[in-house]
Design a binder for this molecule. Sequence first.
Ligand code: SF4
Length: 477
Amino acid sequence: MSVAFHQRIQEALLDERLQKALYAATGRLMEKRKSGVTTDQLPDYQELRTHANRIKRHTLENLDYYLETLTRNVEARGGHVQWCRDAGEAQVFIGQLARERGVKLVVKSKSMTSEEVDLNEALQQQGVEPVETDLGEFIIQLARQRPYHIVAPAMHKTRQQVADLFEERLGVPREEEIEKQTMIARAVLRKKFLEAGMGISGANFLIAESGAVVIVENEGNARLTTSSPRIHVALAGIEKIIPRAADLAVFLQLLGRSATGQPLTSYTSFLSGSRRPGELDGPDEFHLVLLDNGRSRVLADREKRQTLYCIRCGACLNICPVYRRIGGYSYPGAYSGPIGAILTPQFLGLQHEPELPFASSLCGACAEVCPVKIEIPKILLELRSEVKKAEAREAGWNLEPSNVEKIGFGLWAWLMRHPRLFELAGAAAQILLPADRDGKWLRNLPGPLQAWTRWRDFPPPAPRSFRQLWRTRRKAS
Ligand code: SF4
């Protein structure tokens, strides 16, 4: 584990206020999700997950066809499609477009893809002012931070901290009431919407058969971003594509519920190209920026390709026992939590973020809540294996198991085949491995086992083994 990664984790763990806020906020989202997917609310929830998984698999297996179809349909409606290989190309294209059109101010709706390519910094360097219009994003932009959570970017901020921030950065009287803070942001942003020459959005889905960009949101700011300025740029990863509008019905039922427990978000916008003759609103120009940035590499790997099924609902973050403790800023890059642990190293290359696949307890909760059934733990294990193999290659180590490992595993297998001895070994462990003072965790294992407790605790042997409990219960019944 790199020192920086470890240090960020330590800082988050030692921050008591953050620990409470994070645990409470993710817990609330988890509860909402749980009540949104009950059998009463959504009787065919499991079928929908399977269906969504199939649609994504089919689309990615035929991505070239659907991308061409999408491009044709966007262009047929007067839009322009720009393909960008990496973050740099996306930054240059959007920045250049803004400068060529004389745009000085850009309004943005929430977009994790724009965070991925560091678009705000790039625009600022090119003399264009970007303004985030989603309330959470607006807050973290003022704080000069990055999103803490895929769905709730300012989850880690208390209303008192927001009051301080607004007072300092906006020069308004200190206001702790959330409704009043919202009104302050609204007043600032209304002016920006009217002044901006360009609106930049992300895309939750791209419909190949019609060329439509679909955006789901709760605040209405994405609608203003995409319709008020004269130029609309939608920045989207190539994996956001789905074949037909009919497929959207599957994803819309899953996305809102998995993210916030809502059957449907307040606004679902379908945007098809620029304003046509006779239409009252919409932009004069529409550009769809299709971003690769490592996605083709992920697509080429048949096992790990499913990473691209993600619809960014954030459910895996809320349920992850690791994310709930270490929080969003422990993870490098734009994406955090279990999806970040598999997405970032694959997008950037494992050599950049080798510790990320290890930031997991492999409990499997993320896979259970994922609405598109991504097998996150399986991908984490594959990435771990790749990291270890690369390290071994670099150090010139033999990848064959050492004699110590062979003897150790041989002994373990032998013990497992002899129940009585296994039980005796369990009893010995109870005596030899005493728990810490709180009786909950072992913090210092002996000998080579220390490698485990150097970074994490180990549960002590149970006071009564499974076999003992089994015998007692059988006797009782
Ligand atoms: S991996 Fe699954 S649960 Fe996590 S954000 Fe993506 S779709 Fe949601």
